[in-house]
Design a protein around this ligand. Sequence first.
Ligand code: FES
Length: 125
Amino acid sequence: MALYSEKVMEHFLHPRNVGIIEDADGVGEVGNAKCGDIMKMYLKIDNDIITDVKFETFGCASAIASSSMATELIKGKPVSEAMELTNKAVAEALDGLPQHKIHCSVLAEEAIQKALDNYNSRKEK
Ligand code: FES
């Protein structure tokens, strides 16, 4: 059996929503100390709807595919729904990840949570 699903390979080779949003409403950066991979998410939010999302990932194939899939899953969604996104949902949408690559999808969940926290704290000010 191939190590990676076709979906993982497809999102790794053609990642969606790569880049930065200069005037983002929320930004979140996370890293994994063990593997050294870093992921940064940028959110544009209008009326509590995520109208745009972009990412920069310096990491492995699974991290890039997870970031790409995670952005697709939250784009156009309300903030409240994006806050519920789990790494499990990201991995499932990718038709699974090898067990030792699950932490790569956790990075995507954490980066989005951090960007949403950043948005919420800016809103409170
Ligand atoms: Fe670290 Fe994939 S090996 S995020």
